[in-house]
Design a protein around this ligand. Structure first.
Ligand SMILES: [Zn+2]
Length: 71
């Protein structure tokens, strides 16, 4: 018996759906991780609230000098 392309597609559809779901889940996790990493590696300028590199001496948005805070 030879299956028609539609029948083959119908058989594969659930697997493809599962793969798609897993892919989307991994993608969402990746995006969330990247955002968390970005938030951890930045600090806000006290003058303009722009996100800055924690090593920065001068704000790149308002060009004001940043006071180094002790950690
Ligand atoms: Zn600033």
């Amino acid at each position: 018996m030879i299956f028609s392309p539609l029948e083959i597609l119908l058989c594969l559809a659930p697997f493809m759906l599962i793969m798609l779901t897993i892919g989307l889940g991994l993608y969402a996790q990746n995006v969330a991780l990247a955002r968390r990493e970005l938030e951890r590696n930045t600090r806000k300028c006290p003058h303009c609230k722009g996100l800055l590199n924690p090593e920065a001496y001068v704000c790149r948005f308002c060009s004001r000098e940043l006071v180094r805070e002790l950690r």
